[in-house]
Design a protein around this ligand. Structure first.
Ligand code: 5GP
Length: 184
């Protein structure tokens, strides 16, 4: 099933060109439909078929390892690290995505909102939450509603009626060189 497509990288990561790093516990792969100039996925190699709502304190060392692996890649861009509240792909995957959010594959309002609203759960927020509670509660209806919100620029909060208009605005006012801050 397409929902299990991320599993193909796990058994023999060295055989896939899209894999940029792997070790015994994780694989880092280029997102096949990148939603920004740099978009990677960090995927655990053991079966973890559920999303962020399935994480508990026992996963904290794995999550910390994912963060240190990303640090080790020393990516040039400003990136954010986080999970979608309600993922579409089954195996757990951490998004590593540059803050330009400029890409031809970003085609839908839902794509935009999944990275610019609190539908995106930053890794640091996940780690913090697991320190203070046993698990992360996700209200699926609340989260789904976030994807339907009107489009707004993630840098200056200007509203837009269409994605093409928002993209024109990004190119004019927030080109990738504008992304100097590191947001994790
Ligand atoms: P999510 O489930 O968190 O919403 O996102 C799943 C991500 O996986 C999307 O960003 C999508 O572009 C990416 N994706 C979907 N299929 C494949 C695939 O076969 N290979 C890779 N590398 N990425 C994929």
């Amino acid at each position: 099933a397409w929902k299990d497509a991320l599993l193909v990288y796990l058994a023999a990561p060295e055989t896939h060109n899209e894999v940029v790093f792997f070790d015994d516990s994780v694989v880092v792969v280029r997102d096949k439909y990148p939603k920004a100039k740099l978009h990677l996925l960090v995927v655990p190699r053991t079966p973890m078929p559920f999303g962020v709502a399935s994480l508990t304190k026992e996963h904290v060392p794995l999550l910390q390892h994912m963060a240190s692996v990303v640090d080790g890649l020393a990516v040039a861009e400003d990136v954010r690290l986080g999970f979608h509240a309600v993922p579409s792909m089954r195996q757990l995957h951490l998004h590593v995505i540059s803050t330009d959010l400029m890409s031809p594959a970003l085609k839908k309002k839902e794509h935009w909102n999944s990275f610019t609203t609190s539908f995106f759960k930053p890794l640091v927020w996940v780690l913090d939450s697991l320190e203070n509670a046993d698990m992360i509660h996700i209200d699926e209806a609340d989260e789904a509603a976030k994807l339907k919100r009107p489009l707004a620029c993630h840098k200056c909060h200007t509203d837009f009626s269409t994605l093409p208009k928002l993209k024109q605005h990004l190119e004019k006012y927030h080109p990738p060189s504008d992304s100097k801050r590191r947001l994790t």
